[in-house]
Design a binder for this molecule. Structure first.
Ligand code: NAG
Ligand code: NAG
Ligand code: NAG
Length: 398
């Protein structure tokens, strides 16, 4: 008992006196600061921020996300020494001054080996011009990493071929041993998950061959441990009772990309049983049908009269789960106005004559499938803007 008390007393004494002991020499020479920009040193040395630096070689007791002192960036709270070893930059203090908020930034030809790493264009925050390619390797921080999440704070690359929607000149490509994903165009605010499976690392390649284009990107790469992974097969995962989902390169003068086949998943929140979708605005659903087909329906007259009319065939389509499965007629858009149609393409999410376009579904999980194949035939790019939907989960009725 006495020994324990003594130990605690000793610890307290240590904590109180250590700063004082170390403060004097450290003011003049910072042993960890051999090759630091003198300007940075001046800022950090200024007045009130001096004391916590003294403790910079004590381990920070927990790994935690933090905000940089300007509030703009996300970082990891660790001690100064570790932050420097891992090639991060300290942006203010965290953990009651025991650690610094360490922000990791990389650019082309570098490796990404920390959680929450910002991958930016070489001239960031200015535009980059005249560069032809950019590569980076992403390494798992831990064998337990199941997915990588990419948050495109800024993603401004050249547009796809306007006729075909194929990313021909500018391409952002993620590649693991057995998986690939590509993008181009304007994708600010979008995110994607990439399943790592048994791959140890991921290659990120940007081919930048479109002429006379200025590019700009800022992408956060987050390493997701197995226990925090999102459901399988979800390229995008949204949480919250309301939100906006849109297809890639949904932008003015943009067009949806060809060869995109993925699910947008929305987490069903507790106490919510259904979901309603509405287009973000009048032109927020434009996925031109690729084909037409004649169908024959029983006429209103007597006997075996058959009326013929042509309907759209959706090769490129959005699939929303629906409730009443006896009315589902895949591929036969608008065949039964007012009914729930599983596949959507054309210039309106809803059957064309509906006043307010709103689609509700209790089918769970709340997933939206995007199937964009190669472009067939001739369609105007303006009719292929893609989709932007607002969703709102509806509380359960008990
Ligand atoms: C340090 O603080 C002083 C006054 O508190 C200020 O005038 C000076 O500009 C600061 N230096 C830096 C590098 O921020
Ligand atoms: C777009 O693709 C079409 C069809 O492959 C091709 O004829 C056209 O030259 C391409 N446009 C540009 C700008 O590369
Ligand atoms: C990476 O950071 C995210 C966000 O703070 C966190 O949820 C995740 O657990 C971290 N990954 C690892 C491997 O620590």
């Amino acid at each position: 008992m006495k020994a324990k008390l003594l130990l605690i007393n000793g610890l307290y004494l240590c904590l109180i006196w250590l700063p004082v002991i170390f403060l004097l020499p450290l003011q003049e020479v910072d042993i960890w600061n051999d090759n630091v920009d003198p300007k940075e040193l001046l800022i950090e040395r200024n007045s009130s921020q001096r004391l916590p630096r003294v403790l910079n070689f004590f381990p920070v007791p927990f790994v935690e996300e933090c905000k940089s002192n300007d509030g703009r960036r996300r970082g990891i709270c660790m001690n100064t020494y570790e932050c420097r070893i891992q090639e991060g930059k300290s942006h203010g203090f965290c953990a009651l001054g025991f650690g610094v908020c360490c922000v990791f930034t990389t650019t082309c030809s570098q490796e990404i080996f920390n959680n929450l790493t910002y991958f930016v264009n070489p001239n960031y925050p200015d535009w980059t011009t005249g560069m032809s390619s950019c590569q980076a390797k992403i390494k798992k921080t831990d064998p337990d990493i199941a997915q990588m999440r990419f948050d495109f704070i800024h993603f401004n690359l050249g547009q796809p071929n306007r006729t075909t929607g194929i990313c021909e000149e500018d391409v952002f490509l993620l590649k693991s041993r057995n998986r690939e994903f590509q993008l181009c165009g304007l994708n600010n605010g979008q995110h994607v998950y990439f399943d790592m499976e048994d791959s140890e690392e991921l290659e990120l390649t940007m081919t930048l061959s479109k002429k006379v284009v200025t590019r700009f990107w800022e992408i956060i790469v987050t390493q997701i441990p197995f226990i925090e992974r999102t459901p399988p097969g979800c390229l995008q995962f949204f949480t919250g009772t309301t939100g906006v989902v849109q297809t890639m390169n949904f932008a003015d003068n943009g067009r949806h990309l060809a060869n995109q086949d993925y699910n947008i998943c929305i987490r069903q929140e507790e106490g919510y049983c259904s979901i309603a979708y509405e287009p973000c605005h009048e032109n927020a659903f434009r996925i031109a049908p690729n084909n037409e087909m004649d169908v024959y329906e029983e006429g209103s007259g007597d006997g075996d009269d058959l009326d013929s009319r042509s309907i759209d065939i959706c090769n490129d389509k959005i699939v929303l789960p629906c409730d009443s499965d006896e009315l589902i007629m895949p591929g036969f858009m608008d065949a039964l106005p007012g009914s729930c149609s599983l596949e959507h393409c054309g210039l309106s999410l809803c059957p064309t004559n509906s006043e307010r376009c709103r689609i509700e579904s209790t089918a769970t999980p709340f997933n939206i499938a995007v199937h964009f194949g190669p472009t067939l035939g001739h369609v105007s790019p303006d009719d292929n803007l893609g989709m932007c939907l607002q969703y709102e989960q509806q509380p359960c009725e008990y």
